[in-house]
Design a protein around this ligand. Structure first.
Ligand SMILES: Cc1cc2nc3c(=O)[nH]c(=O)nc-3n(C[C@H](O)[C@H](O)[C@H](O)COP(=O)(O)OP(=O)(O)OC[C@H]3O[C@@H](n4cnc5c(N)ncnc54)[C@H](O)[C@@H]3O)c2cc1C
Length: 368
């Protein structure tokens, strides 16, 4: 390592790795430090693996912008780097004709966000695509897809390394000092001097911000749990099928997703939990998934379900605050050489490449 790193990225999920790949193509001495023994073990591989179209998010928000741009970038990236992904299309289904107005509203919002090809579809269209789905009406999004998130993590890490970035797993950031125009980042191995730092630490982005003296943000971990349909019954649903999003604003509702590998998942639900490593305590019963899912697919039986993995959303709003929270991308108020990315929850996977481009643009001068 040179005496001084040009930039240190804190966090080796998809956003940090995409950033390392993007930065390393422009500047030498890019370092990424990741607390865990391997990259991508946080939310980046504990998600639905859906490339969202960009329908749900408030027009003009960073979530809407990066979801739409990031999805297009990811499809291209997957094609050129051999990452398995499929443009499956997706149905957002209503329970009855009474839901038509809500579906029309979603369609209008998606179109305002620049999502192409949205269509309100009828029973016949739904039956043709998904014979076991009984919904009478749906919004069809042809641009939605699924991706192998673990393969994306590996491809980004490989690309970042090939471009010369130094990726250090098992290296948690413990503290930050500023002195004489440089940052001093302490890790259990050594203290690294750096000209700039980018905080993309996911669930811990508020803690890393606090190490820099920024105390305005608190991440509230919100667990998303999945159930899996046994392989012999996974033919029941072919592609992503979602209900209308929850009125609480706390999630997209328990939905069906067929992973790139062919596993049929149900979930995630949304449960605020104590603790940022609390993935498994007090898991929800399978009956909760079943009750939501059988409204859409009555042929499903509770015996078809098994518990699957969970993930923790990096929420900026506590449980009873239903207001919209956008991604936060900002320079540190005390030190312009630090950028924080906080609250990168869904659609953060879809947005990862696009977020990386914006963060590099923001970093601009401090990295020259
Ligand atoms: C249940 C669930 C379902 C989701 N579904 C989707 C979906 O279908 N589509 C979609 O687009 N998005 C989805 N998301 C969101 C998406 O997974 C995240 O937005 C995205 O993975 C965020 O990536 P990241 O790199 O910011 O965070 P992470 O992957 O969490 O990476 C942050 C990294 O920082 C490291 N770190 C933390 N503290 C330190 C420290 N002090 N020093 C060094 N390293 C540190 C962590 O170990 C971690 O590896 C979902 C999320 C969840 C939880």
């Amino acid at each position: 390592m040179n005496d001084t790193a040009q930039v240190v990225i804190v966090g080796g999920g998809v956003v940090g790795l995409a950033l390392a790949a993007e930065l390393a193509s422009r500047t030498p001495d890019v370092f990424l430090i990741e607390a865990r023994p391997r990259f991508g073990l946080g939310a980046s591989t504990r998600n639905s693996g859906v490339l969202h179209a960009g329908i749900y998010y408030r027009p003009g928000s960073l979530k809407a912008f990066h979801c739409v741009r990031g999805r297009r970038m990811l499809y291209d990236f997957c094609a050129s780097h051999g990452v398995p992904c499929r443009r499956t299309g997706k149905l957002i289904v209503g329970d009855s004709a009474d839901d038509l107005a809500a579906l029309e509203e979603l369609k209008a919002r998606g179109e305002e966000n620049g999502v192409e090809g949205l269509e309100i579809v009828d029973r016949e269209f739904i039956r043709e695509r998904e014979p076991e789905v009984v919904s009478p009406v749906a919004l069809y999004s042809p641009g939605t897809g699924v991706i192998d998130a673990e393969a994306l993590v590996r491809a980004l890490a490989r690309l970042a390394s090939e471009r010369g970035a130094h990726l250090l797993a098992g290296t948690p950031l413990l503290g930050v000092d500023f002195k004489d125009g440089l940052l001093y980042l302490s890790t259990p191995r050594e203290t690294v001097a750096a000209r700039a730092m980018i905080n993309v630490a996911g669930l811990y982005a508020d803690d890393v911000a606090r190490m820099c003296g920024e105390t305005r943000y608190t991440i509230h971990p919100c667990r998303g749990e999945y159930a899996e349909v046994i392989p012999s019954r996974s033919h029941l649903v072919r592609g992503p099928v979602y209900p209308l999003p929850l009125a609480s604003g706390h999630g997209l509702g328990v939905h069906f997703t067929k992973t790139v590998a062919g596993t049929l998942l149900l979930g995630p639900n949304a449960r605020y939990v104590e603790g940022k490593e609390n993935y498994e305590s007090d898991r929800s019963g399978l009956d909760q998934f079943y009750e939501s899912a059988r409204r859409i697919v009555p042929a499903l039986r509770i015996d078809d379900l098994r518990h699957s993995y969970t993930g923790l959303r990096a929420r900026l709003r506590p449980e009873h605050d239903h207001s919209f929270a956008d991604f936060v991308l900002e320079r540190d108020a005390r030190c312009a050489a630090i950028i924080h990315a906080i609250g990168i929850e869904s659609p953060g996977l879809t947005s990862s490449l696009s977020l990386a481009v914006q963060i590099v643009d923001m970093a601009g001068g401090s990295l020259a």
